[in-house]
Design a binder for this molecule. Structure first.
Ligand code: EPZ
Length: 453
């Protein structure tokens, strides 16, 4: 049998001509798992409507907050993501009974059988640390493995821990496990000032305070829409929370919480990613549902570049890419309502083909410029100095094999691939699958040519 030179590889050949190679008994053959590759054809022209799913960074917090009540709850509009499945697995490991139907999840939290989340689940997803506040409030004890760092930074949890300690929790960290307990049985309300408006720390303290004795005031709180969504979910459970979305949140503790049915807000980062997909391919699409107030900073920056956005209805946005030249801009990421760090990589992809020099400053995470090297492999002209990237616009990008390093970097590389000349092969797809609900299907429905093998 002629073996095509391109297909030559021992394992491939071994399957075709077993007699040629010693074939160990089946139980010892370890098929190396071929890493999936996403092939993206460039010069995409997009058109049509893209549905926006529920917000990942809200859904994960809401699922953790469900532990606060023993009456269970139903959460709707959950995105179909690996991280949501991981959070579900963590809840099940704690004794929660789960019923999933499409984007709706029913959580029976009446009998928690465990206060320790398994390392192998927690270590894969930082958001799993969100369960420490609810577990501590509900059971008076919680053992959670430190979430550890990830590609974009060390991701410490000192602000979470200090907030819980201010509320009377005893917290020790031994062998990578955070042991939290409150001997008095109930946390006490406290005034907590956050050195940094951390989203996660704000959410941890807010959740813990819902069942604490007395009043808790969080100063310098995060104002992200996902914090507001979490506060609204907790209020639906019966919590008394005031000021979410501002820098000061007041929580009046209650003795118990009840059940509720709640719908997750639309994902502003997913929406922003598709806005840039339209811009970078110079296409016109609609997307929704969106909450325009969640997209003010991104919309303002895209307008500065030369992208046109209008609201076709209160929740549907039309984005028109510009056939002419985009202008380079300066942008600095900062906590909401500033420009979101989760959109930094995607915007940089657009700036690589915008005229002149652009300056992108990442102030939220210490290592969130790893997509620069990969964009340069596609012909971008970017130099970095610390947390600042200087981008000089080029005529066009060219498709290339690239590697995703984190969730939003992978999205940026997909966007660059859609605009580039030729095919881009993206690896490291596990990042993408964590945070984007059916991205390939949604892009194919807009006319993009991409497939995974
Ligand atoms: C949330 O992460 C989001 N994740 C992130 O989205 C998002 O980038 C981030 O908020 C900022 O908006 C989820 O909600 C699941 P932070 P979080 O606490 O809560 C430092 C994505 O791509 N910090 O606001 O972890 C921290 O190191 C992800 O969807 C401390 O120093 O973010 C970082 O430099 C990525 N001590 C800064 O604060 C702490 O105790 C902001 O972190 C906590 C945080």
């Amino acid at each position: 049998m002629a073996v095509h030179p391109l297909s030559f590889s021992p394992s491939c050949l071994r399957r075709k001509i077993p007699s040629l190679f010693y074939t160990p008994p089946p139980e010892t053959i370890v098929e190396e798992k071929q890493e999936s590759v996403l092939h993206i054809m460039g010069k995409a022209q997009l058109r049509g409507h893209v549905p926006i799913s529920g917000a990942k960074n809200s859904a994960l917090a809401l699922m953790a907050a469900a532990l606060l009540s023993s009456e269970g709850c139903t959460i709707d509009n959950l995105p179909c993501l690996v991280d949501v499945q991981r959070m579900e697995d963590i809840l099940v490991s704690l004794g929660v009974k789960v019923r999933r139907c499409q984007g709706e999840i029913e959580l029976d939290t009446s009998s928690l059988t465990n206060s320790q989340a398994p390392y192998e689940l927690v270590s894969q997803m930082r958001a799993s640390f969100f369960i420490i506040g609810p577990l501590l409030s509900r059971l008076g004890v919680a053992q959670i493995p430190l979430p550890g760092g990830c590609a974009i930074g060390a991701r410490p949890v000192d602000l979470h821990v200090r907030g819980l300690q201010a509320m009377g929790a005893e917290v020790e960290i031994n062998h990578g496990i955070v042991h939290a307990s409150c001997s008095g049985g109930r946390l006490k309300g406290a005034k907590v000032y956050l050195d940094y408006p951390s989203v996660g720390a704000t959410e941890t303290i807010m959740m813990a305070a819902t069942l604490a004795e007395g009043e808790t005031v969080i100063q310098n709180a995060a104002q992200e829409p996902e914090v507001v969504d979490l506060a609204n979910f907790c209020r639906a459970l019966g919590a008394r929370i005031y000021g979410a979305g501002s820098k000061t949140i007041v929580i009046l503790g209650v003795p118990r919480l009840y059940g509720c049915k709640y719908t997750v807000i639309p994902d502003r980062i997913e929406a922003g990613t598709y806005m840039i997909a339209a811009a970078i391919t110079r296409s016109e699409i609609t997307l929704g549902p969106v909450v325009p107030e969640h997209l003010v900073a991104l919309t303002a920056k895209l307008r500065e570049i030369g992208v046109t956005m209008t609201m076709a209805s209160p929740t549907i946005m039309t984005v028109q890419g510009h056939q002419g030249t985009y202008s380079g801009i300066e942008v600095e990421t900062s906590p909401f309502p500033g420009f979101p760090t989760d959109m930094q990589a995607q915007l940089m992809a657009l700036l690589t083909i915008s005229a002149g020099n652009s300056v992108v400053t990442e102030t939220v995470f210490e290592n969130r410029l790893q997509h620069v090297a990969e964009l340069c492999r596609m012909g971008a002209n970017i130099r970095t100095r610390g947390n600042v990237a200087i981008i000089t616009g080029v005529e066009k990008l060219s498709g290339a094999p690239v590697m995703a390093t984190d969730l939003r970097a992978s999205a940026a590389l997909v966007l660059a691939g859609l605009a580039a000349e030729g095919e881009t092969q993206l690896r490291g797809l596990h990042h993408l699958d964590r945070g984007y609900d059916r991205l390939e299907e949604k892009l194919r429905n807009l006319g993009a040519l991409l497939h995974r093998d």
